[in-house]
Design a protein around this ligand. Structure first.
Ligand code: C5P
Length: 237
């Protein structure tokens, strides 16, 4: 399978058509961004690390019954993926309060809520990914009631699979963001990536950040932390 026309040029990834209408090639960039693209940098090797980390996680989810777009890794920075129509939404799952939720509600980072918190955001850098709810999604035709119900079940299953898996490698899965698309047969499918760029990983013992907050808050070296996440994952996958 070879790269054809560029279908999407995002902040951290590009999507290319292939000779097959069923498949696309997703290419991870070294560009790092934060605050809706306001803070930018290039971090050598970041694309390759995220490609490997996300590939391992998607393979693990597929093996455990989650329908994902992942087919295979093609090169250091490229994956072959099933084609989907992306929903213009971002779904956030929070096990521990951090980031924008801590700021928005003035709750100390690290507070554990009574239950998992699920959020939906409209995917829009210009509007800064505003928080919306399922009424907005259905009323504005952004996804159907059935799609939303399937997504809620998938989010719960992903979280139940990933929390204990990361715990085994001494990482607390604080929160993560995922995206969904509709595949060529009309079924909801997990797309995009799950990586330290899109999740918060805290070392279970030291509570050190092993994710993009290092870049967002100028706390340390991203490459070292992302390599650490990959090495730990490779030990169990
Ligand atoms: O910044 P916030 O606390 O809302 O982020 C929650 C989670 O979603 C974090 O893991 C963050 O990395 C991820 N996220 C993302 N892309 C966005 C917004 C948040 O991957 N546009």
């Amino acid at each position: 399978m070879n790269r054809k026309s560029l279908l999407y040029n995002g902040k951290s990834k590009q999507i290319f058509a292939t000779e097959s209408p069923e498949y696309v090639i997703m290419c991870f960039k070294d560009d790092e961004t934060a605050y809706y693209g306001v803070k930018k940098s290039t971090i050598p090797n970041k694309g390759a690390l995220n490609n490997m980390i996300s590939s391992l996680i998607f393979q693990y989810l597929e093996k455990n019954g989650i329908h994902t777009h992942y087919v295979e890794q093609l090169s250091e920075t490229e994956q072959l993926c099933r084609r989907a129509t992306a929903l213009p939404l971002e779904f956030i799952v929070r096990n521990v309060i951090a980031g924008t939720l801590a700021r928005r509600l003035d709750i100390e980072e690290g507070t554990v809520p009574k239950q998992t918190i699920y959020e939906i955001c409209l995917k829009s850098d210009i509007l800064r990914d505003p928080l919306i709810n399922h009424y907005h999604v259905e009323a504005l035709g952004l996804a159907s009631k059935e799609n939303l119900s399937d997504i809620q079940n998938i989010l719960q299953t992903i979280n139940e699979l990933l929390v204990p898996t990361f715990k085994k490698i001494q990482i607390d899965l604080i929160d993560f963001k995922v995206e969904f698309g509709i595949d060529t047969s009309g079924r909801v499918m997990l797309i995009d990536e799950i990586s330290p760029d899109t999740a918060r990983f805290w070392d279970s013992n030291s509570h050190e950040r092993l994710d993009c907050d290092l870049f967002r808050r100028d706390l340390g070296d991203i490459e070292v932390a992302y390599k650490e996440v990959l090495t730990r994952l490779e030990n169990i996958m």
